[in-house]
Design a protein around this ligand. Structure first.
Ligand SMILES: [Zn+2]
Length: 151
């Protein structure tokens, strides 16, 4: 794929500390579009779409919000809670309405006790950009593990 100046600019923004400490790419050396392509390929192997995944994440977050920071039972095998901080996070992609609450949802599987967490910005990244962040970034989500944890 030919890299345009706009793509290169967005890559540098995702890599920078400007939006979050450590950037969205972490220690990942791949160009951001290659990260996206690899994760989309992984999703198709699991037979799920980014939209389905984001929809389930949003559903869990909305259920958890009702707990105001305490654990909420989402279904028979899932509990979740939200933690909110002041301020917001901005999506680096050039589009409108790119400001998101600093809300983190922690999902716990009741059968294994394992947890995973994601932010509102993660949901947006996955739903709109099929972006799971770079490996080594604080909010990187491995598609396969995320699917195993929330479905
Ligand atoms: Zn965006």
């Amino acid at each position: 794929m030919k890299k345009t100046a706009e793509m290169e600019k967005l890559h540098q923004m995702l890599k920078s500390d400007r939006f979050v400490a450590g950037g969205f790419l972490g220690s990942d050396e791949r160009f951001f579009l290659d990260i996206i392509d690899d994760d989309i390929a992984e999703l198709s192997r699991i037979n799920i779409t980014a939209a389905e995944l984001a929809q389930r994440m949003q559903q869990i977050t909305e259920a958890a919000i009702k707990g105001l920071g305490t654990w909420v039972k989402v279904d028979e095998k899932t509990e979740a809670k939200v933690d909110e901080a002041k301020g917001g996070l901005v999506c680096p992609w050039p589009h409108r309405a790119g400001l998101f609450a600093k809300r983190v949802t922690t999902v716990k599987r009741l059968d294994t006790g394992q947890t995973i967490f994601y932010s509102d910005l993660n949901i947006h990244f996955i739903s709109e950009h099929s972006f799971f962040e770079g490996k080594g970034s604080s909010f990187r989500l491995e598609p396969r593990r995320l699917v195993e944890m929330i479905f």
